[in-house]
Design a protein around this ligand. Structure first.
Ligand code: SIN
Ligand code: FE
Length: 294
């Protein structure tokens, strides 16, 4: 077997529910907040027999890259117009959302009462060979930032699981402190009033803080910088079939190299719930730029 990335913290659990031992909780929390990926090689998300046909690209509407589900409202988007398919997708995404929340609550109990639902997504398309604009190209190293959904410093915590026989390969790049030092100083701060305009015109859900403004530029500048994409240090991380992983994608530089049929759940975590706030992108950027950003 090939050696996997040193940025993975491996956990042997094979169940999505249940509490973790206290020493595992502290190890998992420190690893995650320190910029590692919590990797569960034996944590399979299982499809029922009747759900197996969902392992096909044709379950999507052909327009959206992913099928998304809003667990807070129970709304499914991007599914093909077929009652049986959308009902099955609804069932799988709802179940995955609940299991992902149970996993995070068990492994990271400090976050449990503070987790805010983001979207659930099913990614049936093959990662490799997908043609997109550079800004949407997740095969380039980047940290996540949402242009239309400001976090105002909250963390982006994501749970991924492979489905069926699919594995996924990522690259993991340099630490966030290094990314911030390289890309943040050149970022422009928002013009006074621009956040109000974006919110009022409903281009953006809620008000975009200076933090969001800087994070979006870091995301774009990383992806647009061809020299950086070719030269930045990275490690390959392999997530085989039947595995799952948890990662702060606002902090960990990542690129998806290959894979198909993955589920993903996003949570927002306020930085007051972290064991160590100083590792949060908000705090790192405030330190790098020498000013408050929210
Ligand atoms: C990403 O957040 O960059 C996408 C990762 C993936 O789909 O594997
Ligand atoms: Fe990403």
């Amino acid at each position: 077997m090939s050696t996997n990335s040193t940025l993975l913290e491996t956990l042997p659990e094979d169940s999505w529910t249940g509490d973790f031992a206290p020493d595992t909780v502290s190890r998992a929390t420190a690893a995650l907040e320190g910029g590692q990926v919590l990797y569960f090689p034996h944590l399979a998300f299982r499809l029922e027999e009747a759900e197996q046909p969902l392992l096909s690209e044709s379950v999507g509407d052909g327009k959206s890259k992913n099928i998304s589900f809003d667990p807070a409202r129970g709304i499914l988007r991007g599914a093909a117009e077929d009652v049986a398919v959308s009902r099955a997708l609804h069932g799988v995404l709802d179940r995955f959302a609940k299991q992902a929340r149970a996993l995070v609550s068990g492994a990271l109990p400090g976050y449990k009462d503070h987790l805010e639902w983001g979207l659930t997504s099913y990614r049936p398309a093959r990662v490799e060979g997908r043609v997109t604009s550079w800004r949407k190209d997740d095969t380039r190293l980047h940290v996540d930032a949402f242009p239309s959904r400001p976090t105002r410093g909250r963390r982006i915590l994501r749970v991924f699981a492979n489905l069926g026989e699919s594995g996924r390969v990522w690259h993991l790049g340099e630490a966030f402190e290094a990314v911030a030092g390289r890309f943040a100083p050149a970022a422009r701060l928002p013009l006074p009033g621009s956040a109000w305009i974006l919110e009022t015109l409903r281009i953006v859900k809620g008000r975009r803080s200076a933090f969001d403004h800087v994070m979006i530029q870091i995301h774009d500048r990383m992806k647009a910088d061809q020299g950086y994409q070719e030269q930045a240090i990275r490690e390959q991380a392999e997530f085989p079939p039947g595995s799952a992983w948890i990662v702060f994608t606002d902090q960990v530089s990542h690129a998806a190299l290959s894979g198909q049929f993955a589920l993903e759940q996003t949570f927002f975590v306020p930085i007051t719930a972290l064991a160590k706030q100083e590792t949060a992108p908000l705090r790192v950027l405030e330190k790098t730029l020498g000013r408050g950003l929210v």
